[in-house]
Write a protein that binds this ligand. Structure first.
Ligand code: DHE
Length: 542
């Protein structure tokens, strides 16, 4: 039986009632082999798939960070085998959804059946639907011309409260909670506008919120839904001969539909949709779902660097003339995920995590430089840059697939012999997601969020830049949840991190002494994940 699906995408997420499901066609191996699911169970499974699985396996289940799990392949496995994998996870990095308590036994059984059905194709989303969702809550001319408070917005932190559908703004100086704002379903990242006046948030449901930090209490002043599934957003940062684009544009990277959406930076009015459906960089075969992973704004040109995951292309998109759009398409590697600048902000360092490689793009010459292996599934977040006593300027990444931090040379001008070569490696407490440093700091902070051994994901490890090979100092920072993601304050002398669970905490450390300065708790701290300091985000300091 081939099934055309419940209206989960359009109903559960709210606003797009007019959208229709697109039939898949007959892809089922044999009608008898496919386990029966009621309409209700199918809808429930679709939501769980979107929430927990599609990020790695793709909406169409063709695979990226996780393998291809098409119905044809899944029908070759028994339901018991599938259930076990979903419940316990795999050595290759798939979380054990049952083991960690994020899915019940019944839900893992449901998902085992669901993946033996053909993947439902979600609806498209164009400018008209986006415009219908667009809200200007405080018009531009009704917003204050200067801050309505005497706090330093450049040292504000934006914190995601993932499962509460909220975001918190905290004053980095006083460490006081200033406001908790409704930001919608599972916000993935915050980015600050070029001047630091606004925070933008992007949720997995493709909803963007614009938060004005000038008002007495930070306020959502505009919102819009740009896609059905998204992870990235950035802003226009360029000011120079081609024009002043500070705070003028934002761009969303969608997972589904596979597209970029350019927005007015002050109102979030959607201006242009750029589809990413195209061919893979190597085999030149059409891919129906090339998702937009990292987007990083250039400081030196009117360009966004856009990583297209499934095709392995990096697009340099010139936003100075949206009607006559110029774009450089650079063949890089599949499957691109996250990354950030080297210290000079000329080279973009991107993880092609399923190829175990880092890719280097030269945004000045607008071309591919090289790619090299670092370990199993590199995942740098935005990365970390520092000066190594022996190898000069270096950058580094953590890994999803193994507990390892890999350091590589990133100064082709001053240290060409080490550039884009692995120069140091150290074992960590387990597979991790993020590392962070700051030019004012002697340290590199590393998490091990995906570590499987009891308690290891609650540890923090800190390496010394001057004595990296001596190994880290590690300690257990929490007795519940998982430690995830670090961010420095504006001065670069404190490090903020999250204890990620429903009784979440924020821990603030003195970067020099590694002593805890403050632990913030409260009912509002539900599943804190990522956090961004305005100044460091504006200036890409990491
Ligand atoms: Fe993320 C960055 C995608 C899971 C927290 N994550 C990113 C970026 C992408 C991405 C493409 C880069 C954005 C940019 O720079 O423009 N993340 C994905 C996934 O596809 C994946 C693997 C699975 C999914 O279903 O979403 C995934 N990410 C997670 C998590 O489970 C995390 C820990 C918590 C959550 O929100 O679900 C998580 N991702 C983050 C954070 C960043 C991020 C905190 C930004 C790091 C930074 O320093 O800027």
């Amino acid at each position: 039986m081939s099934r055309i699906h419940s209206n989960w995408w359009s109903n559960a997420l709210g606003c797009l009632l007019l959208m229709a499901w697109v039939p898949l066609g007959a892809q089922v191996a044999s009608a008898e082999a496919v386990p029966q699911l009621s309409e209700e169970d199918f809808g429930k499974a679709e939501f769980i798939y979107f929430d927990r699985c599609s990020g790695c396996h793709g909406a169409l289940r063709k695979g990226a960070t996780g393998p291809n799990i098409s119905d044809e392949k899944m029908l070759k496995k028994t339901l018991i085998e599938l259930e076990e994998v979903i419940f316990d996870g795999t050595e290759a990095g798939m979380p054990g959804w049952g083991r960690t308590g994020e899915m019940t036994k019944a839900e893992t059984a449901l998902m085992a059946k669901f993946v033996q059905h053909p993947a439902p194709i979600p609806p498209e989303m164009g400018l008209k639907a986006m415009k219908e969702s667009h809200k200007i809550i405080v018009p531009v001319d009704a917003r204050p011309a200067k801050p309505q408070h005497d706090r330093d917005i450049q040292n504000y932190f934006g914190f995601i409260l993932r499962d509460a559908g909220k975001g918190a703004i905290i004053d980095g100086d006083s460490k006081e909670l200033i406001e908790v704002l409704d930001t919608g379903f599972a916000v993935h990242i915050f980015r600050a506008s070029a001047t630091g006046r606004y925070f933008y948030t992007i949720g997995r449901d493709g909803v963007v919120n614009l938060i004005d930090l000038y008002s007495d209490k930070p306020k959502v002043v505009a919102s819009v839904r740009t896609c059905l599934d998204a992870r990235s957003i950035d802003v226009s940062k360029y000011k120079g001969p081609k024009g002043d684009f500070e705070d003028s544009l934002a761009v969303v990277g969608c997972y589904w539909p596979p597209q970029m959406v350019v927005l007015d930076g002050q109102t979030l009015e959607p201006k242009k949709v750029i589809s990413t459906r195209s061919s893979t960089y190597d085999t030149n075969e059409y891919h129906p779902e090339p998702r937009v992973a990292t987007i990083v704004a250039s400081h030196a040109d009117s360009e966004w660097v856009v990583a297209i995951k499934e095709t392995g292309m990096v697009w340099l998109v010139d936003y100075s003339d949206l009607d006559n759009l110029k774009m450089t398409q650079i063949a890089a590697e599949r499957f691109l995920h996250d990354g950030g600048w080297d210290a000079t902000k000329r080279y973009l360092l991107l993880a092609a995590n399923m190829r175990d490689q880092m890719v280097v793009i030269d945004t000045k010459e607008k071309k591919f430089v090289t790619k090299f292996e670092t370990g199993i599934k590199p995942h740098p977040g935005r990365g970390a840059n520092w000066i190594d006593p022996e190898y000069g300027p270096v950058s580094a990444t953590t890994h999803l697939g193994e507990g390892k931090i890999t350091v590589f040379g990133s100064d082709p001008a001053g240290h060409p012999e080490h550039a884009w070569k692995v120069v140091r490696e150290q074992e960590t407490m387990g597979p991790g997601l993020f590392l962070k440093t700051h030019p004012e700091s002697d340290n590199i902070w590393v998490d091990s969020t995906l570590a499987k051994d009891e308690g290891d994901n609650q540890k923090i490890c800190v390496y010394k830049k001057a004595a990296f090979d001596d190994g880290p100092k590690c300690w257990k920072a929490a007795d519940h949840g998982k430690i995830v993601h670090f961010e420095y304050n504006k001065a670069g002398n404190e490090v903020w991190t999250s204890v990620w669970d429903r009784k979440g905490e924020i821990i603030i450390y003195d970067d020099k002494t590694l002593k805890e300065i403050k632990r913030i708790k409260g009912d509002w701290l539900v599943t804190p994940t990522g956090k961004w300091n305005v100044y460091n985000t504006v200036h890409d300091i990491y």
